[in-house]
Design a protein around this ligand. Structure first.
Ligand SMILES: [Zn+2]
Length: 267
């Protein structure tokens, strides 16, 4: 039996599937995996642009670098759409098989594909978090990207204060807000919920993650500990080889739609 058939039978026989996704599934939507060669970290030092302290310093010392980083990032997110892998997960949710998506991605693409229960351990770029009261607010992606673009359009420079003004103020206390993403060195989010989802699933799809960013990378091991079966889909490597029953060496956007079709034939 080939790996696809085996995986489809496991999914069809499962009561609660959880998906654990990483940068690979976003890369298929055109969002580069920042860590890989050719990614943004080849051009920009993450210590400068992906820590809040570094970012503030870089804004003052190297405004042109920051401008270039933001403009490139905006372009990437403007063009990124959910891919067939994201869509296949939504279909699995609609079939009442998939219960939860746990993602390390911050791009909102699982939600844009229609998945309704998404845990985001590294936050969401299109959500604001109030620096004063801590409350969160969902932001309109197009509007936010347009504001960033407009802000950096002027080549003659920008004011640090203006940068903070890109984010809408908190609707509750009018405080300044920041994007609700986990920057390097900051605490991960929703981990208790993610571990609970890992413990209550009987099958976990591990998608496009190299399993190196802890603590999130421990989530599949937690699922395995609680006797969930593991299917890993990744064109690069079988990173979770020690715990996966099935490994499919393909991008999620190819493998998942094929699996969904096979599962439909079985039900
Ligand atoms: Zn507030």
């Amino acid at each position: 039996m080939d790996e696809y058939q085996k995986a489809a039978e496991m999914i069809a026989g499962s009561k609660a599937v959880a998906a654990f996704s990483g940068a690979g599934i976003s890369a298929e939507s055109g969002i580069p995996t920042f860590r890989d060669p050719g990614g943004l970290w080849d051009q920009f030092d993450p210590d400068e642009v992906a820590t809040s302290g570094g970012l503030l310093k870089a804004v003052m010392r190297k405004p042109e670098l920051i401008r270039s980083f933001f403009l490139q990032t905006v372009e990437i997110f403007e063009q990124a759409q959910p891919n067939p892998g994201h869509v296949a997960l939504q279909v699995l949710e609609e079939m009442s098989l998939l219960k939860t998506v746990i993602t390390q991605n911050i791009d909102n693409l699982h939600q844009e594909a229609g998945c309704t229960r998404v845990l985001e351990v590294h936050g969401n770029l299109f959500r604001g978090r109030c620096l004063n009261c801590g409350r969160k607010q969902a932001l309109n992606k197009r509007e936010l990207l347009a504001r960033v673009k407009k802000f950096f359009a002027d080549e003659s420079g920008f004011e640090l204060g203006g940068l903070l003004g890109i984010m809408p103020n908190c609707p509750h206390c009018r405080g300044l807000s920041r994007p609700d993403v986990v920057m390097f060195g900051e605490a991960v989010q929703q981990m208790p919920e993610a571990f609970a989802a890992a413990e209550s699933c009987d099958l976990m799809l591990v998608l496009g993650t190299s399993g190196v960013v802890y603590p999130a990378a421990a989530i599949p091991y937690q699922a395995r500990e609680n006797r969930a079966q593991i299917i890993e889909i990744n064109p690069t490597d079988n990173y979770y080889g020690s715990i996966s029953e099935v490994y499919i060496s393909a991008p999620s956007g190819q493998a998942l739609p094929k699996l969904v079709d096979l599962v439909k034939d079985l039900l």
